[in-house]
Write a new protein. Structure first.
Length: 128
């Protein structure tokens, strides 16, 4: 049986809904969708680029806690809201993943749990 490591979330939804921020099973790391909430659970910007940077840094933190890094990412999913500047989202994604070049899917959605949210990022990684 493969060893399983769970990275518990900082936010309220993990406890309410019963999920973790990241789960590592063997060499695979799966990171739940992260958005622009800071460590205090606050949304501090309504800028598409800045929200994407915060979301990716939250993904990076979860990866690190699972024993991985952004360099190990093989797949991302980026959910983009209706009022989001998708070009700014792509720019931020490229800045973090431009050398790694994971497979990526950008999905456009009409709804997030908070109307101020503009983007959410998920990731999957493979650790050597």
């Amino acid at each position: 049986m493969l060893e399983r490591k769970t990275v518990l979330g900082r936010g309220k939804y993990g406890k309410i809904m019963g999920f973790s921020e990241a789960t590592r099973v063997g060499k695979f790391v799966y990171v739940a969708g992260h958005n622009a909430h800071n460590e205090n659970g606050e949304i501090t910007t309504i800028d598409s680029y800045e929200q994407t940077v915060i979301a990716i840094k939250n993904v990076e933190r979860a990866l690190r806690e699972a024993g991985s890094s952004l360099q190990d990412v093989v797949k991302t999913r980026v959910y983009v809201g209706p009022s989001t500047d998708w070009r700014a989202v792509q720019k931020a994604h490229r800045e973090f993943f431009g050398k790694v070049k994971p497979c990526s899917t950008f999905l456009f959605t009409n709804f997030f749990s908070d109307p101020r949210l503009m983007v959410e990022v998920e990731a999957e990684a493979l650790v050597e």
